[in-house]
Write a protein that binds this ligand. Structure first.
Ligand code: AMP
Length: 515
């Protein structure tokens, strides 16, 4: 790998940036001068409720019909975001074409769309938002035409100074079309006073605080970058003569790409066809802080991230949980699917038989994606059903990966009792979630977190269980020690990246900045 040096250049004039492909469905190509209605919203609503987002990114370069591969990759990353999906493909002459919309990957793209998205470089994104409602305008990739050509960006993570940067840019005359903090990055690149694309990107990234795992295309060149703490995963793979960048390795598998390595904290890579260059790294953080909640819940168990198999990590959590909180019971089962691996670990360690005691309806989305609490309660009720033959007259251990509001477990305990369970022992394969996440995992405010407002015995009483136990923080970190250190802020309140917007009152705890 070569190191390309970032160069400084003369000051360039800053022009308002047209943001394209955000307002209407269908195929869109960047056109100059298209300023949308979003700008006024932003000027008048600094403290407006912004959507919280979690996302998956996937990009390919140097492979024919890259958009088809991106489509498949996004399929594999669907669990990281179900609200919207988008693909931007770049033609050989550097023109970006984008198709994005609200909904699942399978619903957003037709065969005709994929045919029209031709070129050997493409960038894709799936987005997941809970607060703030569904916004077509926030779907990514964001695509613009700027001085150096067509640019697209797909972002996973939350910036913790996104609002501060946005306010500054708005004061300088920038026109925003989305409420997503990812658009801030686009403006910073376009307004950079450096004169090479590499230096502009490097410059823009150096202003960011918080979490970002990014793919950016400028013309046919792809850039991949991870913030200095490496909060969110981003992996590099090889497909034929080209390269693939993905949030998780399960997305490499689906296109038969070969895993090369994880992109390291602070690393910025430049990929062009079959060439790869490591650009100057971002200023290092005191220590890396990959998000342990990716291992607990968010990533797919068939992925490897940060060198760890997600399945193996969850099994280890389950085994440790069984050591810390044994139970006298007849069977163990998971709240499917995210707790399957940890329930297996619990069963292995305790010797209690593993059963399929709860069935999940796969045609219902993740309960968290419903914007209101009423919807969430309903979601839990329609999502799971106990298998009466497994639970009737038995002492059951139910393992879930995490307890957030307690909504799922409250409903489940009732179902299990109604199905005849004699005793219900709830085991949670992570510590109590007590603090909101500002780095890209959707967590409600502290008041809504059951682990923050109640003691463990109180929680057991509220949920109506015979016994309950959480994995300890030390126990959890201990079994994945070789892959850490990790960010455990949602459990410990130890926030490693400064919460700039929060500290300056630009966002509230209940409303972390978008994406
Ligand atoms: P709750 O029902 O509010 O206690 O949420 C816990 C359930 O939601 C668990 O079954 C988890 O698998 C799942 N979960 C945990 N964290 C999240 C998250 N950030 N987004 C969506 N679902 C989550």
């Amino acid at each position: 790998m070569d190191d390309a040096q970032a160069t400084k250049g003369p000051k360039r004039t800053s022009l308002p940036l047209p943001v394209v492909g955000t307002g209407r469905p269908g195929m869109e190509a960047p056109g100059p001068g298209s300023h949308g209605p979003g700008a006024q919203d932003v000027l008048t609503s600094t403290l407006e409720a912004l959507p919280r987002e979690e996302c998956g990114v996937f990009a390919v370069t140097g492979v024919e019909q890259a958009a088809e591969l991106v489509f498949l990759g996004l399929y594999a990353l669907q669990h990281r975001g179900q609200e919207s999906a988008g693909i931007c493909a770049i033609t050989p002459n550097g023109t970006a074409r984008v198709r994005k919309g609200l909904g699942l990957v399978a619903d957003v793209f037709s065969a005709d769309d994929l045919n029209a998205l031709w070129g050997d470089t493409a960038v894709g994104h799936v987005r997941y938002s809970t607060a703030g409602g569904s916004r077509q305008q926030n779907a990514q990739p964001i695509v613009v035409r700027y001085a150096q050509g067509d640019l697209s960006i797909a972002h996973n993570g939350n910036l913790t100074n996104g609002q501060e940067l946005r306010n500054r840019l708005v004061e300088e005359g920038a026109l925003f079309q989305t409420t997503s903090d990812s658009e801030v990055i686009v403006h910073l690149i376009a307004r950079s006073r450096h004169d090479t694309v590499e230096a502009q990107i490097d410059d823009a990234l150096s202003h960011l605080e918080g979490a970002f795992s990014l793919v950016i295309s400028v013309g046919n060149t792809l850039f991949a970058a991870v913030d200095p703490r490496g909060f969110r995963p981003l992996v590099l793979g090889r497909k034929g003569k080209g390269y693939v960048v993905a949030s998780e390795t399960c997305a490499l598998d689906i296109i038969d790409a070969e895993y090369i390595r994880d992109i390291k904290p602070g690393e910025v890579l430049k990929l062009k066809g079959s060439e790869i260059h490591r650009l100057r790294s971002l200023a290092p953080a005191p220590k890396p802080a990959p998000c342990v909640f990716e291992l607990v819940y968010f990533a797919r168990p068939d992925s490897r991230i940060w060198g760890a198999s997600v399945d193996r990590a969850r099994r280890a959590f389950g085994r440790q949980l069984a050591r810390e909180h044994p139970a006298d019971a007849d069977c163990v089962f998971a709240v499917p699917d995210s707790a399957n691996s940890s329930a297996l670990g619990y069963a292995e360690e305790s010797g209690i038989p593993y059963e399929l005691g709860l069935l999940r309806n796969h045609y219902v989305g993740r309960t968290f994606i419903k914007p209101s609490q009423a919807d969430r309660d309903f979601g839990a009720r329609i999502k799971y059903n106990p298998v009466r033959e497994v639970v009737e007259d038995r002492r059951v251990v139910v393992v879930d990966d995490s307890l957030v509001r307690g909504t799922t477990s409250t409903s489940l305990v009732k179902f299990l009792r109604n199905a005849g369970a004699r005793e219900v022992h709830l085991r949670i394969a992570s510590p109590p979630v007590r603090f909101p996440c500002f780095y890209g995992i959707d967590m409600p405010s502290r008041e809504e977190l059951i682990g923050s407002s109640h003691s463990i015995p109180e929680i057991g009483e509220i949920l109506g269980v015979d016994s309950m136990g959480y994995l300890s923080l030390e126990g959890m970190l201990g079994v994945v020690e070789e892959f850490g250190p990790f960010c455990d802020a949602c459990f410990s309140g130890d926030y490693s990246a400064p919460l700039v917007d929060m500290e300056r009152g630009l966002v509230t705890e209940t409303v972390p900045p978008g994406c």
